[in-house]
Every structure is written in structure tokens, then in C-alpha cells.
Design a binder for this molecule. Structure first.
Ligand SMILES: [Zn+2]
Length: 419
């Protein structure tokens, strides 16, 4: 049976009971549109990454032929946490292509902030899927940024350690990775101790802030602000990638922190205030309604628009019962296990290490490789002879008649045509 693949990244399904729900992306998209935030930015249907951009294995394996790949599955760590689901390759193409295109737009100065909430899959390794991540779109995005930027800073506020990104750039000073995460008691993925600082040319360019469970807004801010301020002073990056994993919010299905959406958003606001070209990506987040609240709120911060605490009507409104608000009161499950002394100790440790790294290393950039793809390639990828109307054409047809219109002025199309 040949059934069609979802055309939207929010329609993929990891399987029954799996905590990762791509559907959260449809909910966020709907909230962003219904709050009118799309009027303050440009929205693109992104490039779909090819097997060449990512990994050929993922192009070949499907739920139907999985038996033939038994040996490869364990090699690439595909299985329980990272199941092979219908449309897996397309899912990876979409979230990876979007980060890649975001990086290209920053490189070409087409924008100063690019947002891809479907990306941020920070656990994937070069030859290994891990922690619900198959392809590390962040690493691919950073590699693209490095074609134009001497130093890229990666900041990760997911509750889990950003191990895949750290590993990819552990030996280089061209990328500084900074991860704030829960560490200890075998919490996934088990890495991210403060003593992991990088090696060889990359020594002192991996920064880890291991935290204990139950951290609240105030405590998080106590480490986040000084650490990032010091990093900026010492490293002076020319581009930033911010991973906004929302599993660091209170009451996440898998996380154990106690951040509110406002506390989480404070980090995004702070990074934005640094005025450096930034690629913003999603990441973890397993209590769907809170992920949607968080990334919608953060979209509003990134476009400088105040949005009401009362959620607009969407087809998903029932998800947000009983309060139907953007910032419900945070009721936490666990005590904050991070003492002031502990937080001050890590901040000092990070500061002492930063002092060791040479001030903002420079690079000679000869033979810069070309962009990952040409603008024309993007359109070609979308065309499918079996589909009567191409996706590109459909997007153009939908836009004029729906929510992309802004107020009465846009209704007088006839007048505009006469002139
Ligand atoms: Zn996570």
C-alpha cells in the first residue's frame, strides 16, 4: 500500500505511548497564527534536507523493511527510544532542512533571528540515533554557520545535556558549547559533568553547568545570567544557536526542573538582548500543553510583541483546560535541591575555566565552501508528479484567503488591481 506521507512536520507519530509528540508543533503553529505573531516575521516552508545532508541509512529503512536491517539497527542505535516510524526520513528532512535554511538566512543577512521549533534534536551522534533524535540538525546548522562565522556559540537550556553537539565540536575552538542540564543519578544521557571542558584545541571551549532537580526560576537565573555574560565577554561569538528544550519546565513528563514559562523565556529574552545573529531551535518537551505555551510565548519575545495571558481560540483550546491561560500558576512536585553555595560554586568554576581560554580565537577563512543548497533546489525538491498541485503552489493559494491578511486594508484587492 502506498499511502501519502504527512506534509506537515506536526503530523508524524513516533508510535503509541512514545513521549515525543511531533503534534506539539501543530499546536504551537496554531497558537502563533491565532495570536497574530506571524504578522511580525516572515514564515517559510523550509528546504527539506537530502540524504546527502544527513544520513543515507534513514532514507532506506521503513517499518515495512525493518527486518532486513536488524544488524544495522543496533549499529545506528535505532529501536526503542528511537523507533523506525512511518515517514521517519521525511520527518528528519523537514526538521533538519529548516535548521539548515535558518543558518543560511543568517549567513546571508536575510534575518537576524531564525526560529525552527521543529529542530533542536541535540542527542543525535554522527553514526548513532539517541534520545528520540536521529539527525543532529543543530550540528548541521552550526557547520553551515561556520562557513561565514569565525566563532559560533551554542547555548542549551533543555533539561538534558546537549551531548551530541558537545561531542561534535569537542576538539575545536570554533564552537563553544554551553549546556545547562540536570546531572546525576543516571539521568539521561549521563554526560555533562562540569569537568567535561573540551580537549586539544577545544580545551576550555565546552562549558557544562550540571544542576540538581527542582531548580526554580530564581536559581536558574542566578547561574544562567553570569555564565552567559562571562561567555560573551571571553568568547565574543559572531553567531549563536539557542536550543530551547522545554522539558526544563515544571511538571514535564520526563524532566525534573521547576521552571515557569516566564523563567524559561527570561533566558531567551537575555540571549536576544545580546544582539548577535541567532538560530533558535526547539528540543525536548513532553507535556504538550506546556511546550506549546512556552514556545508561543518565546516567539512573542523574539518578535517583541506583548501577547495576552488569555489564550486565543484554536482547535486545540481544550488542551489548555481548566485555566486556558498562557502562564498558569506553577505547582511544583519537587524541592529545589540546588543550594545558593552550589550554584555559586559552579558559576565560579566556569568563570575560572573561561579565563583559561584565549580571548576570542580568530580563524583564517580561505576556501569557504558554498551554501548547502541553491535557492532553485528548494523548489525542485517539493515537486511531485503524482500530486496535482505542488506544495509551493498550494501555499500560495492558501495565503491570500486566510489569516495572513491583516485588517481591512488588505481586503481591497480589486482596487489594487485597478491601479
Ligand atoms: Zn531533553
Amino acid at each position: 500500500m502506498q499511502d501519502s506521507l504527512p506534509s506537515d512536520v506536526g503530523n508524524f507519530h513516533y508510535g503509541t505511548g512514545h513521549p515525543m509528540k511531533p503534534h506539539r508543533l501543530s499546536v504551537i503553529h496554531s497558537l502563533v497564527l491565532n495570536y497574530g505573531l506571524h504578522k511580525h516575521m516572515q514564515i517559510y516552508r523550509p528546504y527539506k534536507a537530502s540524504a546527502h545532508d544527513m544520513c543515507r541509512f534513514l532514507q532506506r529503512v521503513t517499518p515495512q523493511n525493518i527486518q532486513a536491517f536488524t544488524k544495522h539497527l543496533s549499529h545506528f542505535n535505532v529501536g526503542d527510544d528511537c523507533p523506525v516510524f512511518h515517514g521517519l526520513f521525511d520527518f528528519c528532512s523537514m526538521y533538519t532542512g529548516a535548521s539548515l535554511e535558518g543558518a543560511m538566512k543568517l549567513n546571508n543577512n536575510d534575518c537576524d533571528i531564525a526560529i525552527n521549533w521543529s529542530g533542536g534534536l541535540h542527542h543525535a551522534k554522527k553514526f548513532e540515533a539517541s534520545g528520540f533524535c536521529y539527525v543532529n540538525d543543530i550540528v548541521i546548522g552550526i557547520l553551515e554557520l561556520l562557513k561565514h562565522h569565525p566563532r559560533v556559540l551554542y547555548i542549551d537550556i533543555d533539561v538534558h545535556h546537549g551531548d551530541g553537539v558537545q561531542e561534535a565540536f569537542y576538539l575545536t575552538d570554533r564552537v563553544m558549547t554551553v549546556s545547562f542540564h540536570k546531572y546525576g543519578n543516571y539521568f539521561f544521557p549521563g554526560t555533562g559533568d562540569m569537568y567535561e571542558i573540551g580537549a586539544e584545541s577545544g580545551r576550555y571551549y565546552s562549558v557544562n553547568v550540571p544542576l540538581k532537580e527542582g531548580i526554580d526560576d530564581q536559581s536558574y537565573w542566578m547561574v544562567f545570567k553570569p555564565v552567559i555574560s562571562n561567555v560573551m565577554e571571553f568568547y565574543q561569538p559572531s553567531a549563536i544557536v539557542l536550543q530551547c528544550g522545554a522539558d526544563s519546565l515544571a511538571n514535564d513528563r520526563l524532566g525534573c526542573f521547576s521552571l515557569s514559562t516566564k523563567g524559561h523565556g527570561e533566558c531567551v529574552k537575555f540571549v536576544k538582548s545580546l544582539n548577535v545573529p541567532t538560530l533558535v531551535v526547539g528540543g525536548g518537551g513532553y507535556t504538550l500543553r506546556n511546550v506549546a505555551r512556552c514556545w508561543t510565548y518565546e516567539t512573542s519575545l523574539l518578535v517583541d510583541e506583548h501577547i495576552s495571558d488569555e489564550l486565543p481560540f484554536t482547535e486545540y483550546l481544550e488542551f489548555f483546560a481548566p485555566d486556558f491561560t498562557l502562564h498558569p500558576e506553577v505547582v511544583t512536585r519537587s524541592e529545589n535541591a540546588n543550594s545558593r553555595q552550589y550554584l555559586e560554586f559552579i558559576t565560579k568554576f566556569v568563570y575560572d575555566n573561561l579565563k583559561m581560554c584565549q580571548h576570542s580565537p580568530s580563524v583564517q577563512m580561505n576556501d569557504v565552501p558554498g551554501d548547502a543548497f541553491l535557492k532553485d533546489e528548494k523548489v525542485k525538491e517539493e515537486e511531485d508528479p503524482d500530486v496535482r498541485i505542488s506544495q509551493e503552489l498550494e501555499d500560495k493559494m492558501i495565503e491570500p484567503k486566510n489569516e495572513f491578511f491583516d485588517g481591512e486594508k488588505d481586503q481591497d484587492k480589486d482596487e489594487a488591481m485597478e491601479n
